[in-house]
Design a protein around this ligand. Structure first.
Ligand SMILES: Cc1ncc(COP(=O)(O)O)c(C=O)c1O
Length: 466
């Protein structure tokens, strides 16, 4: 691939009217349906990693052959919808959510405010309320659906800053662990903080934020004239799925008058399961919680959310109006997404979550999440039984971290080990750096990943051992 800028190819003979007639629209949707049906049918037997790893675009243009164009476009990189995709934090992508999004985008209603689409705003609020109920919040909770966990963490950061710090907030200090997702640091930077306002605490042997050193650091910062205002705990770290000690951290935040944010982007959906509720005990004491339906609720990318115990704090941090907006009923600000987030014009986001929840039912999600926990335990046990492999975590969620016991150069050997596993093209795993070591991760969170894929990943790992 050259570094030459490649201009957008805009064919001069594209001649579809901006508003296709019903016949043209049906032909287009039939083609898209055919493409998707074939793609879904062959997910299982397709490769996890395409032979194409560059952004060279298809030479066909869509008006010549739409299906061919789409097929070529998706033939690159790794396949996040594949049942063998176990890298990063998978999510699968429920087709029912995609269908809801198709309806929403086609109807194109203004998902920004209650006055524009009251029923849609009410539906979105009900989804937020459902998440708040899972967390264990009371009636005055609120929240907003975002495009993902990063925007959710940013929304919480700004809300905490506004609620806890004076207008000149530059003495504010926030705390998190060295396992916290980088979107939290990014949120802090975007909210106006710099490295001097962020304390990244070393995690313990189970990769969790430690209460004692945290308390000591808070005391030091107070002595030095800083204003501690926020602790961010992880309920499911990205590296290992570890859950920080939420009750102890909630105690510290209550005693020290700090905002307590829990990033449950990964772990939040497990509140649907009994094991998840046990492991996430204490989460309801958080002031705000990030949940990310495009992870544990298997929704397609672009679906995140944040819930806040006292919705007034969220509104105070975000509400601002222009002259061109109608007079709004402030009693209903919690139903107006524009009063709850950085965004104004946006699509309605409730249906893409609500439709799958209603069509598949609660039990389907609970069973699927329980299945992922079981699969993870089985994988962890099976890997521990292989003498050449060292397992580095006791999974609390659905991620197993391991490495091949090194002979000489641990990093080079494990990089090569990972490449051999992925080269089989049946599964796709990603690495991370854990306490300075290059390690491999298996993260099981797609609704399409079952026992069959568990056997496959084990077989592939064994095949890749020297
Ligand atoms: C724990 C955690 N928090 C936040 C995020 C960021 O979420 P998103 O990628 O949806 O912006 C991730 C992403 O993997 C995550 O694992």
């Amino acid at each position: 691939m050259s570094d030459e800028p490649r201009p957008f190819r805009w064919p001069t003979d594209g001649n579809l009217p901006l508003e296709p007639d019903l016949e043209q629209w049906s032909a287009l949707t039939d083609t898209v349906k055919g493409f998707l049906a074939r793609a879904l049918t062959h997910l299982d037997d397709g490769p996890t990693l395409s032979a194409h790893q560059t952004g060279d675009l298809p030479s066909d243009t869509p008006h010549e052959n739409l299906e061919e164009y789409l097929r070529a476009l998706f033939d690159s990189g790794f396949d996040t919808a594949h049942p063998g995709f176990m890298a990063y934090i998978p999510g699968g992508g429920l087709v029912t959510s995609a269908l809801a999004d198709w309806v929403i985008k086609t109807m194109n209603r203004y998902g920004t405010a209650y006055f524009a689409a009251p029923k849609l705003a009410e539906l979105e609020y009900q989804v937020v309320r459902l998440f708040a109920d899972w967390v264990g919040y009371g009636e005055h909770a609120g929240g907003v659906l975002t495009t993902g966990g990063s925007l959710a963490n940013f929304t919480a950061m700004v809300t905490a800053r506004r609620a806890m710090l004076p207008e000149n907030f530059l003495q504010g200090v926030m705390y998190c662990s060295d396992q916290t997702h980088h979107s939290v640091m990014k949120a802090a930077n975007l909210a106006g903080f710099s490295a001097r306002n962020i304390r990244v605490m070393p995690s313990d042997a189970a990769y969790r934020l430690q209460p004692e050193p945290l308390l000591e650091q808070i005391a030091t910062d107070l002595r030095d004239g800083y204003l501690p205002f926020l602790v961010v705990a992880s309920a499911g770290t990205t590296n290992t799925g570890s859950i920080d000690p939420l009750p102890e951290l909630a105690d510290i935040c209550a005693e020290q008058h700090l905002w307590f944010h829990v990033d449950a982007a990964y772990g939040g959906a497990f509140l649907l399961t009994k094991r998840g509720r046990q492991r996430l005990v204490g989460i309801k004491r958080a002031d705000s919680v990030t949940l990310d339906p495009h992870k544990g609720l298997f929704m397609p990318y672009g679906t995140g959310g944040v819930v806040v115990k006292d919705r007034d704090r969220l509104i105070e941090a975000h509400e601002l109006r222009g002259d061109y907006m109608p007079d709004l009923d402030r009693e209903r600000a919690h139903l107006d997404p524009f009063s709850l987030s950085v965004e104004l014009s946006r699509e309605h986001r409730g249906l893409k979550v609500a439709l799958p929840l209603m069509l598949h039912g609660k039990q389907a999600f609970t069973d699927a999440l329980d299945e992922k926990l079981d699969l993870t335990d089985k994988l962890s046990d099976a890997l521990r039984a292989i003498p050449e492999i060292e397992v580095l975590n006791n999974p609390e969620l659905t991620t197993v971290v391991f490495r091949k016991l090194p002979e000489r150069d641990a990093e080079a050997e494990n990089r090569a080990f990972l490449d051999r596993i992925n080269a089989g093209n049946k599964v796709y795993l990603s690495p991370t750096i854990l306490k300075g070591h290059f390690v491999l991760r298996v993260s099981i969170l797609s609704h399409r990943t079952h026992d069959k894929e568990l056997n496959t990943v084990l077989a592939e790992i064994q095949r890749a051992l020297p």
